[in-house]
Design a protein around this ligand. Sequence first.
Ligand SMILES: O=C(O)CCC(=O)C(=O)O
Ligand SMILES: [Fe+2]
Length: 302
Amino acid sequence: MKAERVSRIATTEFVTRYLEAGRPVIVTDAMEDWPAFGQWTPDYFAREYGDWKVPVYGHYFDLLKLMKLGDYIRTYMGSEPPPDIRYVRWFTLHQPVPNAERFPWADEVFKLLQPQWSHPYFLPTDSYLFPFCPPGRTLDVPSETTVPSKALYLSCKGATTNLHLDYWGADAVLCQLHGQKQLVLYSPDQTPLLMDPATDAVRGASGGRRVVDIRNPDRAAFPDFDKAQPTVLDVLNPGEIAYIPAGWLHHVDTLSDSITLTWNFVHLASWRNWFRFLTNEPPASELADIGHILLDDPRRLH
Ligand SMILES: O=C(O)CCC(=O)C(=O)O
Ligand SMILES: [Fe+2]
């Protein structure tokens, strides 16, 4: 149940062994030259960005309120958190929404933080389907402004991201800058035990009804839950980057006050996986997002 861990992995090897195979892995040495690693602490964010308003969520992608980042850090981090545990998920803009101007997106802060980290060395720099980056062009994650989004996650001890699949059939990297998180990953063959089969394209936005809550399972709705076996149950440590392939249901518990940077993408090497997602009746809203991003978004790379 431990994750595979690798270091000094060549991009070609990462592509064939993990991206193409849709297999999760943790890369342990990809942040060594990032100034961010070591510098990004709750104190640092409270000091530098404490007055910025951020979206605050519960255990799911359920926006609850906006707060000043400094207030979140002072209220929820450091000591025993209050009982109403909350989670800061600060995304870059990923779709045109009516309130986009007022919603505190993370694009500005990512611009300011850009010099402090770099493209994870094991990730390819071209041949992405989403955001589209053809062979020969260069995609650099820190300076990338095209969607799918990047995000900064600040979460206090006890904060959780309940079981879900990522949007848009996208793979994810979770870069753990500070604190520890426990990852629970289920391979796609376990999905029928964990998700309502009638709604197997439904993602996190389902509010948890159609995906089992593994910490408080509703066995009437998910009678086969106890048969499900996670492939990975492991701790993600500071300095480590987890690769989570599309289609792997995942649940994340914050073990100590944490800062995580995430990015979603679809690479050409996983085209089969994405084709499966696109042809498997994904929610119309996700298809519309993908259409916008690939066809209409002026920020696209092509
Ligand atoms: O780090 C976490 O809490 C979960 C991140 C995640 O799975 C996501 O952003 O989709
Ligand atoms: Fe996720």
